[in-house]
Design a binder for this molecule. Structure first.
Ligand code: ADP
Ligand code: MG
Length: 296
């Protein structure tokens, strides 16, 4: 933690008081937060994140956490002598990779986050898309970004068919904090690996969340020269897709974000999860931060 001992008490009090309008505005509102993956770097930042989630809950908001796990999956695959392969930002998922994805996400990353939130004084409950029939999925038919007549087979990568948010709502009503692994199930009970940003975007829409906050490992969406783009509309995003400014994991992230912005989620932000308490800055201060995604 940064040393705050030389901030005068009246300044500290002033800073706290400035959060009041935001606490009032967002009381009772749902906040979907995507965490994990590349933003889940060092233990201190993880503890900060867990504290932020608990703080939001205790001041009356309803945080819902969706987590990723790219680096953690990569490490587990490495231990088995496998290397991840990506097409248009999606992990190619054969049967063996799917098994690894399930145990890393549901067994390791999710439970780490649940533990941290509980340690910070919250009551987190881990779920996968199977629990309560939360995420129905089918095999993703991936069309090539450039040639619409070309398709890619990315194995057991899922496309969301439907989200049934009943279990999430029940947990929220009981003061629990849901922590969701992005794994869907199909008609034959088969598992699907779904990009966590896409799950977060769709869940935010279905819950009609006030905010969707995607924490990642860059300051936000960057332009070709590496400069932060603070504000993006659907039209500008089309342009960035077309000229190749957006690639890799940022492709599904922006798609998930835009989908939510177009479908009734009030504000959608991609922010730097490597900054301590990034989420508090975004939600409880007037600090403009990261990239805001707008439908128009
Ligand atoms: P996460 O685990 O947070 O989902 P990803 O690796 O999936 O992380 O996605 C974030 C990555 O997207 C960044 O680290 C960066 O390498 C990549 N990226 C591609 N295009 C851009 C862009 N225009 N601006 C910022 N990041 C980008
Ligand atoms: Mg990603």
């Amino acid at each position: 933690m940064t040393d705050l001992s030389n901030i005068a008490p009246r300044d500290k009090a002033e800073i706290l008081a400035q959060a009041l309008p935001y606490i009032r505005q967002f009381h009772g509102k749902t906040m979907v937060i995507k965490y994990g993956g590349n933003a889940m770097t060092d233990p201190e930042l993880q503890a900060d994140f867990a504290e932020d989630v608990v703080l939001l809950k205790l001041v009356g908001m309803n945080p819902v956490v969706v987590h990723g796990g790219g680096p953690q999956i990569e490490a587990a695959l490495g231990r088995l002598g496998k290397k991840g392969e990506f097409i248009q930002g999606m992990r190619v998922t054969d049967a063996e990779t799917m098994e690894v994805v399930e145990w890393v996400l549901a067994g390791e990353v999710q439970q780490d986050i649940v533990g941290l939130i509980n340690q910070a004084g919250g009551k987190a409950v881990g779920l996968t898309g199977r629990d309560g029939g939360l995420i129905r999925a089918q095999k993703l038919k991936m069309v090539d970004n450039v040639d619409p007549n070309k398709q890619h087979d990315v194995g057991q990568v899922g496309d969301i068919v439907a989200i049934d948010p009943a279990v999430v709502k029940a947990l929220q009503d009981d003061q629990f904090i849901p922590v969701i692994s992005p794994i869907g199930f199909g008609t034959e009970n088969e598992s699907y690996n779904i990009n966590a940003d896409v799950v977060a975007g769709k869940l935010a829409t279905v819950l009609q969340a006030e905010k969707l906050v995607l924490l990642t490992n860059t300051p936000g969406v960057l332009d070709k020269t590496g400069k932060l783009l603070t504000d993006l509309t659907a039209r500008e995003i089309d342009q960035l897709f077309a000229d190749g400014t957006i690639s890799g994991g940022m492709l599904p992230k922006i798609s998930g974000a835009l989908d939510a912005a177009k479908n009734g989620v009030n504000s959608v932000h991609i922010i730097d999860g490597r900054v301590p308490h990034a989420m508090l800055l975004e939600i409880l201060t007037d600090q403009a931060y990261g990239t805001m995604i707008r439908s128009h």
